[in-house]
Structures are given as C-alpha cells and as structure tokens.
Ligand binder design. Structure first.
Ligand code: GLA
Length: 672
C-alpha cells in the first residue's frame, strides 16, 4: 500500500474551518475545551485572514497566529494552515485598482465581499507568492501544522475575468496554444459569420456580444480561465514548498463546481479535498452527495481524500435553507466516509455573529453547547474515533460513469438543439439509477484506461475527441460493456461537429448512426417499448439509423414514432448499448437490467434507500451502511459492527435513518 496522503495525523480527521480572529481571546479557551469534548483533531485556520496577517503591504503580524497555533497544539488539535488569498485586504484593492476583476458586461468588482482580484494580474501573483511564502517560512516547523490549505474554492465566487490584464494573458495563452492565427482561425471555424482575425490584437475575449459569441472561443476561454486559476495555485504551492514539507491541498467543489477541470487539478495537489453542501430543492440530495463523493475519490485516483467542508445543518446561501433533521448529519458524514473520505470536516467550528454567513450552521451553533446540533457533533466525533481502522482503506468499483469538464463546458453553451438536455442532469439520472441498484461506481475521463471496469456508462458525452472514441471502441472490442446516452460523440475538442455526422466516432462500437436530433416540446412525452415493457420518455428523441445494432426499444408516438430508441451491438468481445432519449431514473431500470446482464454486474439486491459501500483493507472489508429509509433494513453480513462493537452473524439490522460500519475479515468471505 502506498503512503497515506497526509501522514502527520492519525485516525479519521475531524473538525472544521476555525476563524478565531472573529472572537476575543477568552472565547479561544472555550473553543479548545469544546473541541476536545467533540473529539476534534484538525482545524483549518487562516483562510480569510490576509487583512490580519499583512495589515499593510509587506508588513506582517503573526503574533495572534503564533499564539493560536500554540494553543491548538497544546490541546491536541492539529492545523490545516490556510493561505488567505481568497480575500485580499482593502490595501490591495486601493493600491492596485487595475488588478480588479471585470465581468462580461464591464462591471468592475471591488472590495467589500470576498473573491480574489484578477488571477491574471502580476500584482496579485506577486502578493500571493509573498504571503504564502512568509506563512510557510514561519510555520514550516510548527508541530501543529500537518497540512497546507491554499486559497479557498478556486473558481468561486468569480472565475471569468475580462479585465485588460486577463485579455492580455488570453492572447498570450492562445499564441502558445495555436502558434499562428491561421491555426486559431481554423480551430474556431471563424469563416462562419466572418469572424476571421488577422492580428493578435484583434483577438477578443468572449465578453458581452450582440448575438452569441463563437462557441469554440468560449470553450477555449473556459480552458484558459481554468488554467489561470491553476497557475495561481501553483505559485502558492511552490512558495510553500520552498520552505515546508507538509502536504498541500486546496478545497475542490467536485460536482458543484463548474470552472475547474478537477482531473487536471488533482495532478497538482498532494491531497485531494472537497467541499459539499446539500442542494435544498432536491428531495434526494443525498444521492447528489454520493455522486460528489465518488467523483472526488475518482479524481484522487482512488486514494483517500478529505471532506474539507460540509454543514452540520442549514446553509444560508440557497433560497430556502433547509435545516438537517436529527441523524441526517451522521448519514451525510458516513456516506462521504464510505466513499473514501478519511476526513470529515465542516464549515465552520463556531457560528459567526456578524457578516454574510451568520445564518450558516456550525459545529458550535449560536445556541451553544447545550444544543441538539452540538450533541450530535460530539456523538459524531466519538463514532469517527470508533472507525479509525477505515483510514487508508479503499473503495473498488466495477462500473465507471464518464465525466468530463470540457464536455460540460462545451455542451452548456447557447443555441443547442434543446436546453432541456444537460450533461449534469444526464449524469445524475444514470448515476441515480446505479445508486438505487446499489452499484458502486467510479467516475472516469473518456481517455482514461477503462479496462478494469465491467461496465462504462457515457451520459451525454457531447464532446468526445477521436482519441476518446478510439479508447471506448477498444474497450468494447476487448470485452467491455459500454452504455452511451443520447447527444454523445457530437463534437471534437474545438466544438466542431465530427466529420461523418453526429456520433460518427462511436459508430463502430455502437452500430448506429444518428441522422437527426428530434427534441420534444415542454411537457410532451412519448413511450418507449422495451420488449413489451413500456416506459415514458420526454425532452429528447433521435432519428437513429442502424449499422448492425439490434433494436431493444422502439419509440411509440412522438417525433421518432416507430424508430429505434434503445439499441445493442456486439462488437469484438464486448457490447455497445445506445439510448437515444432522455430516460428518467425509473425508466432506466429495465434498460439497465439488460446492460448489467451483458456486463456481468450483479446488483446486491438491498432494499432501495439502504446505501452500502465497501472499503477494502489489507485483511478485512468494511461495509459502511447508511439507511436513508424511515424503516429498519436488513442486509446479509458477518463480522463486527464497529460503532457498537457487537458481533454480526449472518444478518445485520440497521435502524431507520441510522448508520453502521461492519468489519468482515477477508477469510470469512464477503458481506455483500
Ligand atoms: C464555501 C466556502 C466557505 C463557506 C461555505 C458556506 O464552501 O468555502 O467559506 O462560505 O461555502 O456554505
């Protein structure tokens, strides 16, 4: 087994963001006493403290942080030390007004909230290198510091920047990427609408335009913006590494983020960490949580990762901020844990009295230590201590769902066949079907080595390079089962339609061609006849032409009446399935039954709503059980339930809304 990504801390990390600069010194003593009570062993400090650390440019005041780190260390609480660069101080904005972000409509964003200034501005880059370097120099040897936390949630709250600094950097980036204007004009297809550029200075950023901007330009702009953010991360990381040896992380936002390609970001960090908040309008938000956790584990390459932030109860930034009910925080935490997290952290330790987040829940709420939330926080700390054996164990999946930020960026642009069909919505539908069937999945990039998976699902993989399509075709040839959804393999890396038509690069693997997209009006539905089982489809249908595939489902009604809706194609040693419409989670069930049979995937047959994910250790399997149901549930298992210490002999019963971790020694056989 390779070394753990954060070796300086034992057990499961437990704690949250800690912002004591908002409180008087006497409160710190109460904080550390209550942290000990709750079993907190790690806090993230200093994330928004630039104004306190560097009160004037180049003048540093570390006295309060010295005292704080010593206090935490004396109380057995380790520190994930933040660099404060997501909230530049007032002096920065006043001294460097040209480094401010400009939005697409020309608004200049100034001081008074948070969010960094222009990530392309040399002044900002100099300032972040200085403050990160000074922090690292001072605290490299501090025994409390086990991890560095660079910045905060790159890409939020702003990522697009149309300032003159950014536009200059954009032109440089394009020169590097394309070498010549001829190559750029070809890639962007600028013959359309006469958008040919003949001078580098004439290349514009895709800010506000009269009609829609060139989509190829916008796709490159998304890549550029992502790379500018990553360049800022690297500057800070390298400034830290010049002095310190502790691992470096930055908190991602996996499935909730839009602007950062986490396959690339994960290559840059020592530790993958993620923030996740339930999306209140979604009654099944715990499924989205599981997806986010699986995505985080996958970008981490299967290695242990940190849940850097979630909430004990309500957030404050959604329209209706729904409080978590008793037990829900435990279920959320154990889902992350089951899906590979070795750290369960929150935003934040103590609720802020002032500022934008005073209505956000915390580990220690405004109601104080005699509250339901704090009691659950103490209980969670004890439970995590009881399952510390999970640390370093790994989740293995037989199924992969493809996930590609570049495809997301390209697909979300304007003027597509139907704005009702989206990448994330399709990913969620397929993921949720697999979740309900109890099938654990990884997320994967279409160009990854997929050979270890029995089944690969490609939901709305709109942008698919020739290399990715060849990878998927080879996967099928070698015996894999591939399930592709509508609106896949449509464009190349420049957002140009593939030569040969929609889906052309997948034709060999799937045995079909898509002649025309046939989206439906709002509210319109049609039926799909799956060998006698009728399911309902909406939003999208296609005119699919067979090139060797067999028909497994036929449209009844709608614009594609009588045409193939679901097809199956034997190619080489494997099988390629195609679903040309946007089936919902229930309608996907009968389709997936056939797909599982081809792939040799056997769903465990747990009652729906009982989530069981297995982490494999050297000598034992750990089944992390989360019961989302209002009734008790049973599963076949044997070994020991770690939270209670009770033996399990054949059948385990988990109470309504409860969680459990069952250790099954390998020699005794599995519990799935
Ligand atoms: C994000 C930020 C935190 C805080 C939380 C609130 O995750 O990183 O600083 O604002 O949201 O939910």
């Amino acid at each position: 087994m390779t070394a753990h990504p954060w070796p300086l801390l034992d057990g499961i990390a437990y704690g949250g963001d800690y912002n004591p600069e908002q409180w008087s010194r006497d409160v710190w003593d109460e904080d550390v006493a209550l942290m000990r009570k709750a079993g907190v062993n790690l806090v993230s400090v200093g994330i928004f403290s630039w104004a306190m650390l560097e009160p004037r440019e180049g003048e540093f005041d570390f006295s309060w942080l010295d005292e704080l780190l010593d206090l935490l260390h004396a109380n057995g609480v380790a520190v994930d030390l933040g660099t404060p660069t997501a909230a530049p101080p007032a002096w920065f904005y006043a001294t460097y007004p040209d480094a401010r972000v400009v939005t697409a409509d020309g608004t200049v964003l100034g001081f008074g909230s948070r969010g960094m200034v222009s990530h392309s501005a040399p002044e900002y880059r100099t300032a972040i290198a200085r403050v990160a370097g000074e922090l690292a120099r001072r605290y490299a040897e501090h025994p409390a510091v086990v991890l560095w936390h660079v910045h905060n949630e790159y890409g939020a709250p702003v990522s697009d920047d149309f300032s003159p600094r950014a536009v200059a950097a954009w032109r440089e980036w394009l020169r590097e990427r394309y070498g010549s204007l001829d190559a750029l004009n070809a890639a962007w297809g600028t013959a359309f609408w006469g958008q040919v550029v003949r001078e580098w200075d004439h290349v514009v950023a895709p800010a506000a335009t009269a009609s829609i901007a060139n989509p190829s330009t916008k796709l490159d702009w998304a890549r550029f913006t992502d790379e500018q953010l990553r360049a800022c991360f690297r500057i800070e990381r390298d400034a830290i590494r010049a002095h310190a040896t502790q691992p470096v992380t930055t908190n991602f936002m996996a499935h909730q983020n839009y602007n950062t390609d986490l396959w690339r970001w994960a290559q840059e960090v020592d530790v993958v960490s993620d923030d996740h908040y339930l999306w209140s309008p979604d009654p099944d938000a715990h499924v989205g949580l599981a997806l986010s956790a699986d995505l985080t584990r996958s970008v981490a390459g299967g290695r242990p990762w940190m849940l850097m932030e979630h909430s004990t109860s309500a957030v404050n930034w959604q329209g209706r901020n729904i409080a978590k009910r008793p037990g829900e925080m435990h279920r959320n935490a154990f889902t992350h844990l089951g899906r590979g997290a070795d750290a369960i952290m929150f935003f934040q330790w103590r609720a802020s009295r002032s500022g934008a987040e005073k209505f956000h829940s915390a580990m220690l709420p405004h109601a104080g230590a005699s509250s339901r939330v704090f009691r659950e926080v103490v209980d969670l700390g004890a439970r995590l201590a009881a399952v510390e054996e999970l640390r370093g164990t790994q989740v293995r999946a037989d199924v992969a769902v493809l996930y590609d930020w570049e495809s997301l960026w390209a697909q979300d642009l304007e003027w597509r066949p139907s704005d009702a069909l989206g990448f994330r919505e399709r990913v969620r539908a397929y993921y949720e079907r697999l979740w309900r069937d109890g099938v654990t999945v990884d997320l994967a990039h279409p160009e990854h080595d997929l050979s270890r998976y029995r089944l690969v699902v490609a939901p709305a993989s709109y942008l698919l390079t020739q290399a990715a399509a060849a990878n998927l075709t080879a996967y099928v040839e070698a015996g894999g089962t591939l399930l592709v959804s509508c609106f896949s393999g449509v464009v190349d890396e420049h957002d140009a339609v593939h030569v040969g038509g929609f889906g052309a690069p997948l034709r060999t693997a799937l045995g079909v061609a898509v002649e025309e997209f046939l989206p439906m009006r709002e509210g319109e539905t049609c039926a799909v006849d799956l060998d006698g089982t009728e399911v309902t489809a909406d939003v999208w249908t296609e005119d699919v032409v067979l090139h060797g595939a067999e028909v497994r489902g036929t449209y009844r009604g709608g614009p594609a009446d009588g045409m193939p809706a679901v097809t199956r194609h034997r190619h080489g040693q494997g099988t390629g399935w195609y679903v040309s419409t946007a089936l919902g989670v229930d309608a996907l069930a009968p389709v997936l039954r056939g797909v599982y049979a081809d792939a040799g995937v056997v769903p465990p047959g747990h009652p729906e709503g009982l989530e069981v994910v297995t982490r494999q250790g050297g000598t034992a399997d750990f089944h992390v059980v989360v019961n989302h149901r209002a009734e008790p549930a049973e599963l076949a298992a044997s070994g020991t339930e770690l939270l209670s210490g009770a033996p399990v002999d054949g059948t385990f019963r988990v109470g309504p809304g409860d969680v459990a971790v069952i250790r099954t020694p390998r020699a005794q056989g599995g519990g799935r």
